[in-house]
Design a protein around this ligand. Structure first.
Ligand code: TXA
Ligand code: MG
Length: 332
């Protein structure tokens, strides 16, 4: 199959995208977090395609993308409308996924057999327009092969899923650059963060009027994966990647890529390796935006053999970014 990258803001392309989805052919779409691989949540054979294209295990549930909070009354059930309305008001459209009890019409395939489903309203206008026109939730995992780093630009999707989907909707670079924060509200007494992300748990706790939120349980609670964190390796590049310090006097070569997080005035690359500055450590949003982009580009660059994170802090005091860096480094 020939994969076309087409601008999402061009009206004449929208019919092509929606026709493809109606025919059950998944397409890649931009969101503010990462690019997604979308299909109508009601079309089981299209959902099967998503799992097949990604090589994703069937026990890993998908997120359903909706266009308006009012859609929840059709697809979710048994939730506290007041709490959901407050969260929606504060964070939607945006990088927050709410796990709620699902209605029966959400196919089990979308939720890996779980009685709950993850919902979010994405902020990217091109994707929102496509959801509006389809009039049903679009299931969309990140548009990458299973366990690989998520794509944050159209060209990243092309590099790994090219030839398997008809269209990649080009909406430019993703503004957030890491996957959404997932909040489990299926037990209203015990809201839990299942995956840290761009929206801080402290900000969610304020809206919920609680002191703090329970974090992800250490062990999966059922056969279905409750969050990607339960897989030991996730979001990792294919090339060897490790953390090091310049003090270690590593004999870097021109086939090495070194990633720094430095204030611009302190970034003075020397030596034969290719060096990149992902941003000032005080600018978490810049580092989040650059992390997957840089890793995707380096993985695709045939002149690079090894990737090093040089002198990175042990923590950015940002659970979402810390989590993705830790996973990128985990090669196990
Ligand atoms: O930012 C994002 O969330 C992106 C964009 C495309 O929206 N999507 C994304 O999807 O990261 P994915 O499939 O890569 O990760 C979805 C994760 C699943 O692995 C699972 O852990 C969690 O969301 N999830 C989905 N439904 C769930 C449910 N019913 N209960 C618990 N966790 C769920
Ligand atoms: Mg993913």
């Amino acid at each position: 199959m020939n994969t076309q990258i087409l601008s999402g803001s061009d009206e004449s392309h929208l019919d092509l995208f929606v026709d493809s989805l109606r025919q059950g052919l998944p397409i890649a779409v931009p969101t503010e977090t990462v690019y997604g691989l979308a299909a109508p949540a009601t079309d089981e054979s299209a959902l099967e395609q998503i799992y097949k294209i990604k090589g994703r295990p069937l026990n890993d549930p998908l997120i359903l993308h909706i266009a308006d909070p009012s859609w929840l009354s059709t697809w979710a059930t048994d939730f506290d409308p007041g709490i959901v309305a407050k969260l929606a008001e504060m964070f939607w459209p945006g990088p927050l996924t709410l796990v709620l009890k699902k209605q029966d019409q959400v196919p089990d395939l979308a939720t890996a057999g779980l009685p709950t489903a993850g919902f979010r309203i994405p902020r990217h206008p091109d994707f929102l327009e496509i959801i509006q026109r389809c009039r049903v939730p679009l299931a969309a995992p990140s548009a990458n092969p299973f366990s690989y780093i998520s794509p944050t630009r159209a060209e990243h999707v092309l590099a790994t899923l090219g030839g398997q989907i008809p269209y990649i909707v080009d909406g430019g670079p993703c503004e957030e650059g890491i996957e959404s924060t997932i909040l489990d509200l299926s037990n209203p007494e015990h809201p839990k963060i299942l995956r840290p992300g761009p929206i801080a748990s402290e900000d969610i706790a304020k809206v919920l009027n609680t002191e703090s939120l329970a974090a992800l349980p250490k062990k999966p609670e059922s056969h279905a994966q409750l969050a990607p964190g339960n897989f030991s390796k996730h979001y990792a590049p294919r090339k060897p990647i490790s953390a090091t310090s310049v003090g270690d006097r590593h004999p870097f070569t021109q086939k090495d890529a070194l990633l720094f997080c430095r204030p611009a005035q302190k970034f003075n690359p020397q030596g034969p390796a290719k060096s990149f500055n992902l941003g000032d450590p005080s600018d978490i949003r810049a580092i989040r935006r650059n992390l997957y982009h840089t890793l995707n580009s380096l993985d695709a660059d045939t002149s690079v053999e090894r990737i090093f994170l040089v002198d990175w802090p042990n923590t950015f005091n940002d659970p979402g970014l810390d989590d993705r860096v830790r996973r990128a480094l985990s090669q196990g």
